[in-house]
Design a protein around this ligand. Structure first.
Ligand code: GLN
Length: 490
């Protein structure tokens, strides 16, 4: 297999998160954020600077994961150029559409993702010189002998990837040929839709189709490629001009030195090795382990904050003060009344626009899950307190205990006992909800699964492994919680 691996920093670097988590919390609590939006644009060169570069999750051979590490033509190119020009890059593997959105909202400084230089995009982005000539092609399932041209698509469904040139091309001819278009966020989903027979064809860039077919993705091409655009590296219009210039200069140097050619050869004549189920597990063990670690980290952080929120707002809910009850009710209804997915998108893509600074993916994820779980915890706390017979309060008070002491000695201990099963329940729900963060590029377990099957096309096996991992971890942790419950809540 390829030898051109370079050490890349993972998408979820853990150094920054806590500060931006606090900043975001401060904002939510109404404390003005300190420091205005620092413009990314500084005069001068690129030397010594670190740029954040967004890319697709999987677009082999341009970017994909091999043994958990991001590799591919784009990755090698941008690393070689960075080295040549003396700057550093931090790669964020976000997904194609997500990378473009991240660039537009200045969450990243540039995008390299087999991104076609199109007229539309040139209105909002500034592109480097082209570095690869591409074009759109149609592919169908290997065993499909009914579709051999666009005219066979009538009344059928075609799969594309959201926001790509393939989608634009499909949309442009769909009325003429009478087919429907369905868009997916990730390449793997799009390919799986065709293999499952739900869509009959896929429109994608021809080098990517060729590479996938060679790796045994179960498809074949049936039409010639359409003339298409070339790939370029993009920065936001008018932003980071020095980065674009450095990319161009570095690219020219690589082309002259022959390194460009080497990179292309490294990936363009590669095939894929087959392997057993067991080697699928062992080969990807580092990726699974990393994913599981991040899943547990996000769960632990989220539950910690959720518990605090739940206790505070739970007491607000049983308070005699109407204002406090109102605040708690509003909080609960907002976070219980909107989908977690929408909340995750909001905190990752929306919040940065409001606070004028990027929010890293762990922070956005933990904000989402803790505010969401906190709403449910609030109800658990309220329910627990209220389910203790009011007679107990009266009895304790008439024996001369104050309100606070009664709460502390009589009500709360009983309430905790009542609440514990619901807390364990919420803990399981939150752990499973972390999988939703895959859509904002948080490298937890589900995300790792997507990365793996996007390259080896063994979707069913990889998903079974991941489901088993979730199942084992959740079973073990609930067992542990039950033991602790029995021990302390007697
Ligand atoms: N070249 C296509 C585009 O720019 C697809 C890129 C991708 O899917 N990463 O639209």
């Amino acid at each position: 297999m390829h030898s051109g691996k370079r050490a890349l920093k993972g998408p979820a670097s853990l150094a920054v998160p806590l500060t931006s988590l606090l900043a975001a919390l401060a904002l939510l609590l109404g404390i003005p954020a300190s420091g205005a939006f620092a413009a990314t644009q500084e005069p001068g060169g690129v030397e010594g600077k670190t740029y954040t570069i967004g890319t697709d999750t999987t677009f082999a051979p341009f970017e994909f994961r091999e043994n958990g590490e991001l590799v591919g033509i784009d990755m090698d190119l941008v690393n070689a150029i960075a080295e040549d020009q003396g700057f550093d890059v931090e790669i964020r593997s976000l997904g194609f559409d997500a990378a473009l959105q991240a660039l537009q909202s200045n969450q990243v400084d540039g995008v390299i993702a087999g991104m076609s230089i199109t007229e539309e995009r040139q209105k909002v982005f500034d592109f480097s010189d082209p570095y690869f000539e591409s074009g759109i092609q149609m592919a169908v399932a290997e065993n499909n002998n009914d579709v051999s041209g666009y005219e066979d698509l009538e009344g059928k469904r075609v799969a594309v990837k959201t926001g790509t040139e393939g989608q634009a091309f499909a949309e442009s001819i769909k009325d003429q040929y009478g087919f429907d278009v369905i868009a997916f966020a990730q390449s793997a989903q799009m390919y799986d839709d065709v293999k499952a027979g739900s869509s009959v064809a896929v429109f994608d860039d021809y080098p990517v189709l060729a590479y996938g077919i060679k790796s045994g993705n179960g498809l074949k091409t049936v039409t010639d490629k359409e003339a298409g655009s070339s790939y370029g590296f993009a920065v936001n219009a008018g932003t980071n001009p020095e980065l674009r210039e450095a990319f161009n200069a570095g690219l020219a140097n690589l082309q002259e030195s022959g390194e460009y050619e080497e990179i292309m050869d490294r990936y363009l004549d590669a095939g894929a090795a087959d392997s057993s189920f067991w080697s699928l597990v062992t080969d990807n063990a580092p990726a699974f382990a990393k994913g599981l670690g991040l899943t547990l980290l996000a769960t632990a952080l989220s539950l910690f904050f959720a518990l605090i929120l739940g206790v505070i707002f739970g007491f607000f809910k049983v308070s005699s003060k109407v204002v406090l009850r109102g605040i708690a009710t509003t909080y609960v209804s907002i976070f219980r009344g909107t989908p977690v997915l929408v909340q995750a998108f909001f905190f990752y893509f929306g919040l940065p626009q409001l606070i004028g600074q990027p929010v890293d993916v762990l922070t956005a994820g933990v904000l989402t899950l803790s505010l969401n779980a906190g709403a449910y915890m609030t109800e658990i706390v309220r329910g627990g307190i209220q389910s203790v017979d009011p007679g107990q309060m009266e009895a304790a008070r008439s024996l001369g205990l104050g309100y606070g002491k009664t709460m502390q000695k009589v009500i709360i201990p009983q309430a905790i006992k009542i609440m514990t099963p619901s807390f364990i329940n919420q803990f399981v729900i939150t752990l499973k909800d972390t999988s939703l963060l895959a859509v904002i590029g948080f490298a937890e377990l589900t995300y790792q699964a997507q990365q793996i099957y996007a390259v080896n096309f063994r979707t069913a096996e990889v998903l079974l492994i991941v489901a088993a991992l979730y199942f084992i971890v959740i079973t073990l942790l609930t067992k542990l919680a039950d033991v602790l419950d029995k021990r302390f809540n007697k």
